[in-house]
Design a protein around this ligand. Structure first.
Ligand code: GLV
Ligand code: MN
Ligand code: MN
Length: 422
């Protein structure tokens, strides 16, 4: 009989082999471990994932939104199912762990559940959600949005920078976009709970030297596309005090966005990811500039005021420069709280295994945001080396992943029997 240490080591080894094997499905023309949604590398990798699910003893299907779903039957076909999973697509230049740990870790949890022989009443579904990362059309969590009924016809019309719509991208990938909109589970499938194992993607757990985080809430995200319109003029002759320079107004706005994030009382971050000038010539005062920014927080009292505060500050600064601004604000997702009963089950599981943990908010968004609309939701975090993520250096020690998988396995075992308040 193997002792607990040996079992953890073997689990770490199995998950390690799978993670490194999946990482080989990548776009060789891009930096890092790139496997973007709708890419050829992603298409091929999904066959590999489905094969691993089948190997783990799951009954595998791909739903009409392109989610890969593996089912481990429970003893009571009428009991609402337990769901776990995450995603296997990456950002451009991304790493090998974000999302992947939650899918391949869930397969290891299935192995451990089966091996334990503990009777399970509920079906367990392991989902590899399609396209979690924000894609070229600017939309994240495609698969979980579809399942939750939060994907609209208007979303399918969104276009990427090449003018290709999201609907067309689905079509080219072999998924019928009309069927995607029909995928929603809410009408047909009552669920007991959704839990997602994920890397932290920030430095908190490592700094506190803790192996586990139990997520309290997932950040809300407000996105802004601002368009600055000034006046084109000769860059060599127009005096500095008589310009309407759209680039300078955008630069002021970049700093205003940063100040907003720095001023958050509890938790807040604000980032400008793109500033694009339509002026091609180096000797013309820029007259048309587009800026893309986002602001995130788990503090709703602060986040709800962001649109008003930033709009006013950006406008005031731009007016002083004689520049007009148009604002296009959108909410990528609202703040979502984890279910307190699910957090309690996770905490009890960690305590029973002697795993130290802390409550932690998530600054990244996840499929769990959308699954929370269907079922009580909770997330388990494992540490990220130096807090790095969405880059090639992204790393989590396999021993830490094994600890997270252990906590996930125990949580799934306990949730099978737990009564949960919604
Ligand atoms: C996804 O990783 C996000 O937080 O944008
Ligand atoms: Mn992720
Ligand atoms: Mn990500």
């Amino acid at each position: 009989m193997l002792d607990l240490m040996d079992q953890r080591q073997e689990a770490a080894e199995r998950v390690r082999n799978n993670i490194l094997e999946l990482a080989e499905y990548r776009d060789a023309d891009r930096q890092g471990w790139t496997r973007e949604v709708f890419s050829e590398a992603y298409r091929e990798s999904r066959l590999w994932v489905a094969a691993r699910m089948a190997e783990a003893g799951l009954e595998v299907r791909v739903d009409t939104a392109g989610n890969i779903i593996g089912r481990l039957a429970g003893s009571d076909p009428n009991a609402p199912a337990l769901v776990t999973g995450s995603h296997t697509d990456t950002v451009d230049g991304g790493g090998r762990f974000d999302g992947i740990v939650g899918v391949l870790g869930a397969l290891e949890a299935v192995r451990q559940l089966r091996e334990s022989g503990v009777p399970r009443r509920r079906d367990l579904l392991v989902v590899d959600f399609l396209g979690e990362e924000s894609n070229a059309c600017g939309l994240s969590c495609l698969g979980s949005r579809a399942i939750a009924g939060e994907l609209s016809r208007a979303d399918l019309d969104r276009q990427d920078y090449r003018g290709i719509s999201l609907g067309q991208s689905y079509q080219d990938f072999g998924i019928d976009p009309a069927a995607v909109l029909q995928t929603r589970w809410a009408r047909t499938t009552p669920l007991h709970a959704f839990v997602e194992l994920h890397i932290e993607q920030g430095p908190t757990l490592e700094t506190r030297q803790l192996p586990l985080g139990i997520v309290t809430a997932i950040t809300g995200i407000e996105r802004l596309v601002a368009t600055f319109t000034g006046s084109p003029d000769h860059a060599g002759t127009r005096p500095m005090d008589d310009r309407r320079d759209a680039m300078v107004a955008a630069a002021e706005a970049v700093l205003a966005v940063r100040r907003e994030g720095c001023g958050a009382p509890i938790h807040g971050v604000a980032t400008t990811t793109r500033v694009e000038s339509e002026s091609r010539s180096p000797n013309v005062v820029p007259s048309l500039v587009h800026m893309t920014s986002e602001v995130r927080s788990v503090d709703s009292s602060w986040l709800t005021g962001v649109r008003g505060r930033l709009t006013e500050e950006i406008l005031t600064n731009a007016r002083e420069l004689g520049v007009d601004v148009e604002f296009d604000w959108s909410t990528d997702n609202t703040i979502v709280q984890s279910n307190t009963d699910v957090q309690g089950v996770m905490a009890a599981a960690a305590d029973s295994m002697g795993i130290p943990w802390m409550p932690i908010p998530s600054g990244a968004t996840h499929d769990a945001v959308h699954m929370a609309g269907l079922a009580p939701m909770g997330m388990i975090f494992v540490p990220s080396k130096a807090g790095k993520s969405h880059c090639a250096e992204e790393w989590t020690d396999f021993a830490d992943i094994a600890t997270g998988v252990g906590a996930l396995t125990q949580t799934l075992t306990d949730l099978d029997r737990a009564e949960l308040n919604r």
